[in-house]
Design a protein around this ligand. Structure first.
Ligand code: SAM
Length: 262
């Protein structure tokens, strides 16, 4: 959808009043967005464009924005720990996936990483996402449908440690967020195109060590690196610009490697 498109029922809009009042809405007939600054009827947003201004019932100014990926993710429901944008952004950069890429992911969990991957592979790409829990796949499926990404993703119930569930040498990248990724290295090795990357997310240093030592022992991966992303936001005030006092101290670690031919 272009940014100049006139909004219609079914479209997503990000309503921004101020930094504490931001709402992702799917425009629906008869629906109302309620806020502590007054309400906005969806029918009053229909026909407007992204970037336009609208006023709440209490005459407070709000902006109608085109949702960015980060806004879309904030509207999703979670049933598992998730991978946050600060980590998924580096994982996606390192993977070099582009529109049209074919990606293998396990475990899908709530589908937060899946949604980011789907955003980058576009309509011509595909994510094959495995999880051993049907209830997690159901939640991920609902989340992906909400964003209109469901056609870019095939969700499969299965244990990624079973090599037989993947086809050989077809994937442009593998992404793992599993409790024991070291037990699924053979599957990744089988599935990846020669020279393609693997990105593994683990929340503890014990898992880093087990994963990297297993990758070395496996012998099918080179250029192995481990990264941690620390993100600080700044508060900007005249003569008082500085990082915010609080920051997220820990999420997880990223293990990177590339497949080599046997
Ligand atoms: C922390 S969650 C993943 C969260 C996801 N990355 C996100 O951003 O929403 C881990 C998932 O791995 C799944 N899982 C665990 N072992 C698995 C296996 N052997 N094969 C496939 N999925 C597995 C779990 O059921 C769980 O849903």
């Amino acid at each position: 959808m272009s940014a100049n498109h006139s909004l219609d029922y079914g479209d997503l809009a990000f309503i921004y009043i101020d930094s504490k009042r931001k709402y992702l809405v799917k425009l629906g007939k008869g629906k109302i967005l309620g806020t502590d600054k007054g309400f906005i009827k969806h029918e009053d947003i229909v026909g407007k464009k992204y970037g336009d201004i609208i006023y709440t019932s209490r005459n407070v100014k709000a902006y109608i924005l085109k949702p960015l990926l980060i806004d879309l993710l904030q509207g999703l429901k979670r049933v598992t720990q998730i991978i946050y944008p600060k980590d998924s952004s580096l994982m996606i950069y390192l993977s070099s996936i582009t529109p049209g890429s074919l990606v293998l992911e396990a475990g899908v969990g709530s589908g937060f990483l899946t949604a980011s991957l789907a955003n980058f592979v576009g309509d011509s790409g595909r994510i094959i996402g495995f999880d051993i829990r049907e209830d997690h796949l159901l939640k991920a499926s609902e989340n992906l449908e909400k964003l209109g990404f469901d056609k870019r993703v095939e969700l499969v119930l299965g244990d990624i440690r079973e090599e037989s569930i993947v086809v050989d040498n077809i994937f442009d990248a593998v992404f793992y967020d599993l409790p024991d990724p070291w037990n699924a290295l053979n599957t990744a090795y089988k599935a990846l195109k020669p020279s393609a990357p693997i990105l593994i997310y683990v929340p503890t240093v014990n898992q880093i060590e087990k994963t990297v030592l297993s990758m070395r022992k496996h012998g099918g991966f080179i250029d192995i690196h481990v990264y941690e992303v620390l993100l600080r936001e700044y508060s900007v005030e005249k003569n008082a610009t500085r990082p915010y006092t609080l920051m997220i101290g820990h999420t997880g670690y990223i293990v990177f490697g590339r497949k080599i031919s046997a």
